[in-house]
Design a protein around this ligand. Structure first.
Ligand code: HEM
Length: 402
């Protein structure tokens, strides 16, 4: 946790906290809601929002990137607070702004004057070099609103009997942890929107580029569950090829290629290297997932690679390095995994993805470029997303009544 993050109101953001008693309490609160055994609590929200996503793809396929972002944002509000919050909602916009500012503040050198002269925090914001104070005050105010507004609405719904939600129920059960519970809501949003969007976007891009793999996934779904219903979580173990597609997306396209930096809490040695106490350690997930000693043709999207392993694609979630490692491993990974898997299975069951065509009917090439920021996203491209049959179209439309 850098001083500027603290100034920006990010002191309760779990992923930025140092290992401490406070981190342990906050992590425990998180675990109660997001542990594997409790993940079915999110199923109704996941079906609801993923089916809404399918309908959006049907109506306005060219806006697939916006739909992916909306899905990733809406899920947390629906799943945790029981609220339908669209990405146009002022609350969602505020959360995106907070996220951007915190993201900027995380970059070394973002506020050079303050980094060199920390006493500047005691100066007024109009003082030369103190622009950071204005930004920090705004951000801190934003964090408070993002913490409080949806939480208060969820509590009001619970008290008036008009709706319940995991966060409100937890707050009633554990009033002593209220600060950590509110912070859990904010972190969930901040930690999940870009990461989930990145993984789903990578899946869509990969399918546009690999029609054969797409067809194999779709054939498996058709063979196992037929064409008269959409996939459910109960189908997962019966769909090894779809699972392998999910695992390849997470291997080849980790949303955070360099994870989150860790800091060693004592002197350590690794393969003869001395890692002094206080040293920042950056896990190169990107390179680990492309290790040629582990993966043949590591740069290829090859779901078949899992059929050679004794466990097939159904390995432990701990083997998915995209979620990080050890005791700081992603606390929302079970929820994230379910969202991404169900989206993959549902899209394969209902749509054919491919290259868009120009006015002369020629396919438009997809460069497959990615951003190279902290979060890795595919850059905008044009695609064709059409329902795979009249029956599939009807299935998608029928979800509107759920
Ligand atoms: C594709 C989706 C996601 C990916 C790829 C991802 C990835 C990561 C990674 C790499 C870390 C750092 C782990 C480490 O330090 O070793 C992390 C931490 C974290 N993630 Fe996720 N994440 C995803 C979705 C989510 C979701 C949906 C939530 C919550 C609802 C979430 C909550 C967190 C939290 C709270 C931490 C900090 C844990 C701690 O420091 O104790 N993440 N995530």
């Amino acid at each position: 946790m850098t001083p500027i993050i603290k100034l920006c109101g990010g002191e309760d953001i779990l992923s930025l906290e140092r290992y401490s008693e406070k981190w342990r309490i906050n992590r425990r609160v998180f675990q109660q809601t997001f542990r594997q055994a409790a993940s079915s609590r999110f199923y109704p929200a996941q079906y609801n929002k993923i089916h809404e996503f399918l309908r959006q793809l049907l109506m306005t396929p060219d806006e697939f990137m916006q739909h992916t972002m909306k899905l990733s944002q809406a899920l947390v509000y629906k799943g945790l607070y029981g609220l339908d919050v669209d990405s146009e909602d002022p609350l969602a916009k505020k959360a995106v702004k907070v996220m951007d500012t915190l993201g900027q503040a995380l970059l070394p050198g973002a506020f050079p004057a303050y980094e060199r002269f920390p006493f500047l925090r005691f100066m007024p914001s109009w003082f030369p070099g103190c622009r950071f104070k204005r930004i920090a005050i705004q951000c801190s105010q934003g964090v408070k609103e993002v913490d409080t507004i949806p939480f208060d609405i969820a509590m009001a719904h619970l008290r008036s009997g008009t709706g319940t939600s995991p966060i409100a129920e937890l707050a009633i059960r554990k009033p002593q942890d209220i600060k950590a519970i509110k912070a859990m809501g904010t972190i969930s949003y901040l930690a999940s929107a870009d990461t989930t969007m990145s993984s789903i976007s990578s899946f869509l891009l990969t399918m546009c580029q690999n029609p054969d793999i797409q067809a194999k996934g779709r054939d498996e779904i058709e063979r196992v569950i037929g064409t008269d219903r959409l996939p459910t979580f109960e189908d997962r173990q019966s769909l090894p090829y779809v699972e392998a597609i999910y695992r390849e997306v997470m291997r080849l396209h980790p949303a955070l290629p360099l994870g989150l930096p860790h800091v060693s809490i004592e002197d350590d040695f690794y393969r003869g290297y001395h890692i002094p106490k206080g040293c920042a350690v950056i896990p190169n997930i990107w390179a680990m997932n492309r290790d040629p000693d582990v993966y043949t043709e590591p740069d290829r999207f090859l779901p078949e690679r899992y059929s050679e392993s004794p466990t097939g694609p159904f390995e432990s979630i701990n083997n998915i390095y995209a979620f990080g490692f050890g005791r700081r491993v992603c606390a929302g990974r079970h929820m994230a995994e379910n969202t991404i898997w169900l989206t993959i299975a549902s899209v394969l069951a209902t749509f054919t993805l491919g290259k868009a065509k120009d006015e002369k009917g020629n396919e438009i090439d997809i460069p497959g470029e990615y951003t190279d920021q902290f979060f890795r996203h595919p850059r905008p491209y044009r695609s064709s997303i059409i329902p795979r049959s009249a029956v599939a179209r009807e299935l998608v439309l029928a979800t509107d009544t759920e």
